[in-house]
Design a protein around this ligand. Structure first.
Ligand code: A2P
Length: 262
C-alpha cells in the first residue's frame, strides 16, 4: 500500500439527510455499502465510536426498501441512552458505523401466500414497514395491505403518516397505493381514532372501520413490530384467530419482531 493512503472501512457510512420530528423522534439517511444486499423488513447493527474506542452499536430496522440506493433509519431519542443521546446530533456529512450483515424475521419470505397482509406497528416499530410499504413485492404478493400504527400522541404518527401519503407519488409504488389502508390510532392524546389496536381488534371496531371481515387464516397474513408487551398481546389475538407464527425456514401466517430501543 502506498505510504499515506488511508484505509476507509467498509463499515463506515456517510449521513446524507437528517429529519427531526417532535417527541424525540428522527429519521436519517446514509450511503449504502455496495456489498449490502438485504430484504425489505430486515435490520442491521449501526452506531458510533465509543469514548474508549469500542463502537456503541444497536440493532436498527432498515426503513428504506431493498431497491433504494441509500439506507434510511427511524429512531427514538432516549435522553440517557448510550447511543441515541449522541446519534440525535448527527448531521449531513457525518459518519456512522454500519455492519452490513442484515437479519430479521419481518420478511415476505416468512409468510405463505394470502389475500391481505396486516402490518401492526407501535412507536418506532413502524420502521420495517416503511421499508415493506415501499417494496413492489409487497403489492405483488398481497391484494390488500393494512398498516396500523398506534402511538401515545398524535405527533408520533408524523413519520408514518407522511410516508403513507408519499406512496401515491412514488414512481415505483404509486400504481399500488390504492391497495394500502392506513389505520393510525393514539392512546394518550385525542385523535380521530383512539385506543390500543389490540382493543380495537378484540371489539371488532378495527374491522368495521376498515370494512374488512374478521381475521381468517385462509386469507390473512400479519407482521408485527412493537414493544414486547404489545407483541405478546397481538400474538395471542392472531393465534386465537387461527394464524400460526412463521419463520424464514418455515413460512406461515404471521411474523413478529421487537422494535429496537436504546
Ligand atoms: P398505552 O399508551 O395505552 O400504553 P410505548 O411508547 O410504551 O412503546 O407504547 C407505544 C404505543 O403502544 C402506545 O400507544 C401504547 O398504548 C401501545 N401499547 C403499549 N403496550 C401495549 C400492549 N400490550 N397492547 C397494545 N398496545 C400497547
Amino acid at each position: 500500500m502506498a505510504e499515506g493512503s488511508k484505509i476507509i472501512s467498509p463499515d463506515v457510512q456517510k449521513v446524507t439527510k437528517v429529519t427531526h420530528y417532535s417527541d424525540g423522534l428522527f429519521a436519517f439517511r446514509v450511503t449504502r455499502p455496495q456489498s449490502l444486499r438485504f430484504r425489505s423488513g430486515e435490520f442491521v447493527m449501526i452506531g458510533l465510536p465509543g469514548d474508549n474506542g469500542k463502537p456503541i452499536l444497536r440493532a436498527y430496522s432498515i426503513a428504506s426498501p431493498a431497491w433504494d440506493e441509500e439506507l434510511e433509519f427511524y429512531s427514538i431519542i432516549v435522553p440517557d441512552g448510550p447511543l441515541t443521546s449522541r446519534l440525535q446530533h448527527i448531521k449531513e456529512g457525518d459518519e456512522i458505523i454500519l455492519r452490513p450483515k442484515p437479519v430479521g424475521t419481518l420478511v415476505l419470505d416468512a409468510l405463505t401466500g394470502g389475500k391481505r397482509v396486516y402490518f401492526f406497528a407501535t412507536g418506532t416499530g413502524f420502521a420495517p414497514f416503511a421499508s415493506l410499504l415501499r417494496d413492489p413485492e409487497t403489492y405483488e404478493r398481497f391484494e390488500e395491505v393494512i398498516i396500523t400504527h398506534t402511538c401515545r400522541e398524535v405527533a408520533e404518527l408524523t413519520y408514518g403518516r407522511e410516508l403513507v401519503e408519499s406512496l401515491a407519488d412514488d414512481p415505483l409504488i404509486g400504481e399500488f397505493a390504492g391497495q394500502v389502508k392506513y389505520y393510525p390510532t393514539t392512546t394518550r392524546e385525542d385523535s380521530a381514532k383512539m385506543g390500543r389496536i389490540t382493543t380495537l381488534i378484540e371489539s371488532g371496531e378495527m374491522f368495521a372501520d376498515l370494512g374488512l371481515p374478521p381475521m381468517d387464516p385462509a386469507t390473512d397474513r400479519a407482521m408485527v413490530c412493537g414493544n414486547l408487551a404489545f407483541n405478546l398481546d397481538i400474538k395471542a389475538l392472531l393465534e386465537k384467530a387461527g394464524l400460526r407464527e412463521g419463520a424464514n425456514s418455515d413460512p406461515a401466517e404471521f411474523v413478529i419482531e421487537k422494535a429496537f430501543v436504546d
